[in-house]
Design a binder for this molecule. Structure first.
Ligand SMILES: *Cc1c(COP(=O)(O)O)cnc(C)c1O
Length: 391
């Protein structure tokens, strides 16, 4: 195939372009009406009370940790099979990070491994303050089980749902925060819908929303009720905490708001394509991630495991597919294997399931713009290379 087939790609329509151009011609490039409109639309879609737009999911994760009071001396746990932002947010707050190994069938954190680690931590007095489950590839973790454990062991929960807007858990939209304190989405262009760069934090708790809002913009308040002395006049504001500039612009919000209209259609298209992959690989050793019946995945990624092959064979197949213009990828390098994390004391062998998964996993192209002819080409090439390596 002549043209490169990426593993993920944004869809931009003329209506998207028009919406962004309209902002450029308007009075407010940032802090206009579209950021709150985007927030309200996502909150409504997810049936959550509050939403806070940020300039990335990474900054939303940071604000979520801060709002839950994560600081020095605290522990935060997350899935080891994730993008580094899921754990970096705890380190920004001066907390200690630790990881949970995964279920190889889904790529999500293993509830059994979580329970085992919690029991140990309870005896050693090293329980986490916050757990950040990651809804890998768009499929929710078992949030009911996590929520029960949160009550039993007294930790708070931030869902890293960067892959998962448009997905459902127990027939409810991911982002509803029924089983968590805060839920985070990413609108990076490879994700389900995009605002260019951007992220959002959803919550049902007014206090958390207010705290994140304050810290999103320097820790500055304009509300006299929050000030330490009477206002000096209409120009007046006070900085009452040390915050950041994590604001989203109206330019980005215009795009995000437009894209939200397409969300359900695009997720349905991802499901159609995923079904074709699953059918094509039936009876082979190319094993797609398991989909549990509790879930409707947003299918951010289509990941397969090449069962029975060595890491070298997988590397070879990866390189051959790239040579054929197929933009395969790998999600994820287990976080503890990055040099920065090794320097914090993590070692190879600490999370053996994620390491085994890493050796077998391959991300195939999946996005609403992928056509069936391209998909058939990917399937045929991969099957052929697998058979060659296996023989
Ligand atoms: C993309 C991603 C992030 C970071 O999102 P940004 O919007 O790029 O900051 C965090 N966690 C996971 C799991 C992601 O995939």
């Amino acid at each position: 195939m002549a043209e490169f087939i990426p593993y993920g790609r944004q869809c931009i329509t003329q209506a998207d372009i028009d919406a962004v151009v309209d902002v450029l011609k308007s009075d407010n490039l940032t802090q206009g009406p579209l950021v709150p409109a985007f927030e309200q639309a996502v909150a409504k879609y997810c049936q959550a009370k509050y939403a806070l737009a940020c300039n990335s999911a990474t900054s939303a994760l940071h604000l979520a940790c801060l709002a839950l009071g994560v600081g020095q001396g605290d522990r935060v746990w997350t899935s080891v099979n994730s993008f580094v932002a899921s754990s970096n947010c705890a380190l920004y707050c001066g907390a200690q990070i630790d990881f949970i190994d995964i279920d190889i069938a889904t790529g999500n954190l293993s509830i059994a491994a979580l329970i085992k680690k919690l029991k140990q931590a309870a005896t050693n007095n090293t329980l986490p303050k916050v757990l950040i489950p990651v809804h890998f590839a768009g499929q929710s973790c078992d949030m009911q089980a996590i929520s029960n454990l949160a009550t039993e062991y007294g930790f708070r929960v931030i869902e890293d749902a960067s892959h998962a807007i448009g997905g459902q858990y127990l027939s409810q939209p991911i982002g509803r925060c029924q089983y968590s304190d805060i839920c985070i989405f990413s609108f990076h262009p490879v994700k389900i819908i995009t605002s260019g760069e951007g992220g959002m934090a959803l919550t049902n708790q007014a206090a958390l929303w207010k705290k994140m809002q304050l810290l999103r913009s320097h820790g500055i308040t304009r509300e006299s009720a929050e000030m330490r002395e009477p206002s000096h006049g209409d120009w007046y504001y006070q900085q009452i905490e040390l915050g950041y500039n994590y604001r989203m612009t109206d330019i980005h919000a215009a795009l995000g708001l437009r894209q939200l209209n397409e969300l359900d259609t695009w997720v349905a298209k991802r499901h159609q394509l995923a079904k074709r992959y699953i059918e094509a690989f039936q009876g082979t050793h190319i094993v797609p991630l398991d989909q549990t019946p509790l879930n409707y995945s947003a299918y951010h990624l289509f990941v397969v495991r090449l069962a029975g092959l060595s890491f070298r064979s997988k590397q070879h197949i990866f390189n051959e597919l790239r040579k054929k213009n197929i933009g395969v990828n790998l999600h994820y390098i287990p976080i503890h294997l990055h040099p920065y994390y090794q320097q914090l004391g993590f070692k190879q062998g600490d999370f053996p399931v994620a390491e085994q998964y890493y050796h077998q996993a391959l991300t195939l192209p999946l996005h609403p713009g992928l056509n069936e002819q391209q998909q058939d080409y990917v399937i045929e090439r991969l099957k052929r290379l697998y058979l060659k390596e296996a023989s």
